[in-house]
Design a protein around this ligand. Structure first.
Ligand code: UDP
Length: 481
């Protein structure tokens, strides 16, 4: 618990996250942890995907910013970059106004406490800038890994050097690296190592296919410039045992204090744990798992945002069917790209004949209580898109992974899972039913899978040993601001 001088007013932290499941989860966990250490905590949030205050510890205050969102911000058919740009623009003024009014209230009210700082989503450059302009010290919360954050910061330089865009038109301007573009065929270029970013190859760099490269680079530049100029520190959901060297490099490159407070979902606080899911999880899968032998079920989920086209979805399904392995599969609404603006609430239909083929062996749900699923003894491996939260959750339960990164930082994380930590393997660059079935069998019952499980168990121990000392350091720093 942080020491508060009784002579001084209570210090208050204001938090703001973009309304994505993978961003809200760590931000709300951080909010509870700060409140449990004696700080006043106010969570500003969008109306879209608003957290339910009834599900959170009483110590947290919630205030909506009442944004107006264009349809592109929420449509499952919108590109992730479009969502990020539209959300940044739409949250700018409402966040600024709500924070300004909160500051006025605190100023007027003797018992309200002083706002010590704002912890803002590290992808929301508009809100980080707004808080800074209102004179509030800003800490950026990064919900990705240190490695992918470093990779993101390096994008403009890597682009100038010709490493990206990975496919298509090359725009490099650095003549000393011109050979990369002129003489190395695209396929060979993919396997070139990226200097300064070991173990990443060109194919592992952050990638957002299907959007304008200039627009991506300009978004990244806005985030990076804001973090470099308007932020007093970085809070990052990772831990030394997996990312000590990336964290040291990051700190060196940014010259900012960085607090590696992860794995956030493991840290304990005095209030009871709370359910932060935006969707109602299908808890029926837990008793279903109870009926299975230890390590016999494959859990499959591509997180809350990734989508695949119909051909890939069908190959995933038939690969699962062909593997003969029991599985629990999250097929959420929006998982399959239709482009037809279909009923957002309905999950995509399974291929014809699939349910009959896998009856008694497979269970399909719209949304799972993922952390409980991963902690269940019946789970043998996790087929994941390598979202950073999912990866940490898997690591913390000692579950090996089959990786199918879809976009952005998932590429970077997949490389660390498979080649740096040795706790996972690729499903295959091309998702094809025969290869899928082979990979599933390999990770579930093969010798490679057993080795990965052993290493995963080791990482699980390291994760549980991660102490709350970084959180104590963060609280001390907040009190000093
Ligand atoms: N999640 C869940 N149930 C599901 C699928 C996902 O509770 O059926 C949670 C998962 O535990 C994780 C978050 O949603 O905390 C997804 O975050 P991640 O960073 O892995 O991926 P994103 O959704 O941001 O791509």
């Amino acid at each position: 618990m942080a020491e508060q001088d009784p002579q001084h007013r209570r210090r208050v932290v204001v938090l703001f996250s973009l309304p994505f499941q993978g961003h809200l989860n760590p931000m709300l966990k951080l909010a509870s942890l700060l409140a449990a250490r004696g700080l006043g905590v106010t969570v500003l949030h969008t109306d879209f995907n608003a957290p339910d205050p009834a599900r959170h510890p009483v110590g947290l205050a919630f205030a909506p910013i009442h944004e107006t969102l264009p349809g592109e911000a929420t449509s499952p058919d919108s590109h992730i970059l479009t969502k990020l740009l539209v959300l940044n623009a739409a949250c700018d003024a409402p966040f600024r106004n709500t924070l300004a009014s909160l500051l006025r209230d605190h100023h007027r009210d003797d018992d309200g406490g002083d706002v010590a700082c704002a912890v803002v989503d590290g992808q929301c450059f508009a809100a980080m800038r707004a808080a800074g302009e209102l004179g509030v010290p800003v800490l950026a919360l990064r919900t990705d890994s240190a490695a992918s954050f470093r990779n993101m910061l390096a994008i403009p330089r890597l682009r100038d050097a010709g490493y990206i865009p990975i496919k298509g038109k090359q725009l490099g301007t650095d003549m000393s690296l011109r050979h990369l573009q002129m003489f190395v065929p695209a396929e060979e270029k993919l396997d070139l190592p990226v200097p300064g970013h070991d173990p990443l190859r060109v194919r592992d760099l952050i990638r957002v296919d299907g959007c304008d490269d200039d627009e991506h680079c300009s978004f990244v530049t806005s985030v990076a410039d804001t973090i470099r100029s308007a932020v007093s520190g970085i809070v990052i959901n990772t831990f030394d045992a997996v990312e000590a060297s990336e964290l040291a490099k990051l700190q060196n490159e940014l010259s900012l204090p960085a607090f590696a407070v992860g794995p956030l979902h493991l840290l304990k606080f005095q209030t009871p744990p709370v359910e932060q899911s935006l969707h109602e999880p299908d808890r029926g899968c837990l008793p279903w798992l109870d009926g299975h032998a230890p390590r016999s079920v494959l859990y499959v989920s591509l997180g809350s945002l990734a989508c695949v086209d119909r051909v890939v979805f069908d190959e995933m399904a038939w690969g699962l069917a062909g593997s003969g392995v029991p599985f629990l599969w999250v097929v959420r609404p929006g998982l399959v790209i239709t482009g037809a603006g279909d009923d957002d609430e309905a999950p995509p239909p399974l291929p014809e004949g699939f349910e009959e083929e896998t009856r008694g062996r497979g269970r399909v749900v719209k949304w799972a209580p993922q952390r409980e699923v991963l902690a269940h003894a019946a789970i043998g491996a996790f087929w994941t898109h390598c979202g950073w939260n999912s990866t940490l959750e898997s690591v913390c339960e000692g579950v090996p992974m089959l990786v199918q990164p879809c976009f952005a930082d998932q590429m970077v994380t997949a490389r660390y899972v498979t080649h740096e930590w040795g706790v996972g393997m690729e499903v295959g660059e091309v998702i094809e039913r025969g290869r899928v079935a082979e990979a599933v069998v390999k990770v579930m019952v093969g010798e490679d899978g057993a080795l990965m499980r052993e290493r995963a168990r080791h990482l699980k121990m390291e994760a549980s040993a991660a102490t709350s000392s970084a959180m104590d350091g963060l609280v001390r720093y907040i009190l000093s601001l």
